[in-house]
Design a protein around this ligand. Structure first.
Ligand code: ASP
Length: 339
């Protein structure tokens, strides 16, 4: 009963806020021609995979109090970064073929400001280094040794990110040394193998501003120096505060080829809802090379300025987590290829 009262109160507040938003802000944007009401007082955060749920909760400690989306997404993705049992992000991530854990991450705020690090070793919170690149340097992206040097000069601690578990698996892999991304469909085949994932998170705060963050250890056993889509602004993440934000997971090479997250945002600008925009981007990968598309996973996740969200993937089994004032859940994205 108490929950229902809370829900009704929230719905009323949201409707009033939407009406106020329409009155104040529901004009046609002169540049984009994209109409939107600002959804005041109902922030929302969405992120990739089941582990996004815990990350969303951390983000909510900021968003729920009216805090800034940028702070929320950074705090949110730090959760899987610090989790040694998450073998695709941060500490405990699977290494490259030389046994080195190299991280890719980027962050983008409501003013097109962005920062990124690629092939960063020894620092757990790559996302915070990316944010510092954005806020303290005239650059967008730092890579490899330069990124590490910058991090250490700015107070980050040098740590060993290779856990015993990931080291053991890598040594096992060395016996065959066959590079093969596994289609990550663990959500429909629990316990099935996977060797890559990313946390991508986008949020809309109570002031109507959007931000996003994306962080990963990339593809297991990649060549040393390989960089995926996750730290590339426009590929793994894009935020346009006028329209919406998108992020991706899956085989980064496929996402980079179509500049996926930027594509999703541009499709939303043309009026598509988030799920349709994600679907069109996935279809672009299929059209380009149907045979290759069947063999890999790519998922897109998007949020628009109205707080509407949606996702789409190549393969069934891509999940995403959502949290706002009324919902906290994990959903399964629709997909091109079903089993
Ligand atoms: N997109 C990541 C990469 O290519 C991996 C993943 O999300 O599964 O590095």
């Amino acid at each position: 009963m108490a929950d229902r009262r809370k829900f009704l109160k929230l719905s009323l507040l949201t409707s009033a806020a939407v009406m106020a938003g329409q009155r104040l802000f529901g004009k046609t944007d002169p540049v984009t021609e994209y109409k939107y009401p600002l959804v005041k007082d109902n922030p929302i955060v969405i992120s990739t995979w089941d582990f996004g749920k815990e990350a969303n909760s951390a983000a909510w400690t900021i968003l729920g109090k009216g805090g800034r989306a940028l702070d929320a997404v950074e705090k949110g993705v730090m959760v899987p970064e610090a989790d040694p049992n998450n073998q695709s992000v941060g500490l405990g991530g699977r290494p490259d073929r030389d046994g080195r854990v190299t991280l890719d991450a980027c962050i983008m705020d409501e003013n097109y400001k962005c920062g990124s690090v690629a092939c960063l070793e020894h620092v757990v919170h790559a996302i915070s280094v990316a944010r510092m690149v954005m806020e303290k340097t005239p650059h967008v992206m730092l890579v490899g040794d330069g990124a590490l040097q910058f991090a250490l000069e700015n107070g980050f601690k040098k740590e060993n990110l290779l856990t015993d578990k990931s080291e053991k698996e890598w040594k096992e892999w060395l016996k065959t040394s066959k590079y093969k991304p596994v289609k990550n469909i663990e959500n429909i085949l629990p316990g099935s193998a996977k060797n890559h994932d990313t946390i991508g998170m986008v949020a809309l705060d109570a002031s109507g501003n959007m931000s996003g963050a994306c962080t990963t250890s990339g593809m297991a056993y990649k060549l040393h120096g390989r960089v995926g889509d996750s730290p590339i602004i426009g590929a793994g993440l894009y935020v346009d505060n006028e329209v919406g934000a998108a992020t991706s997971t899956g085989v980064g090479e496929e996402v980079i080829r179509i500049v996926g997250s930027h594509l999703v945002v541009e499709l939303m600008r043309q009026g598509m809802d988030p799920e349709t925009a994600c679907k069109k981007a996935v279809e672009r990968i299929v059209t380009r090379n149907p045979a290759a598309a069947k063999e890999v996973q790519v998922g897109f996740l998007a949020l628009n300025k109205k707080g509407e969200y949606g996702a789409y993937a190549l393969q069934e089994g891509f999940s995403y987590a959502v949290k706002n004032g009324t919902t906290e859940d994990v959903f399964h994205a629709k997909a091109i290829y079903t089993r």
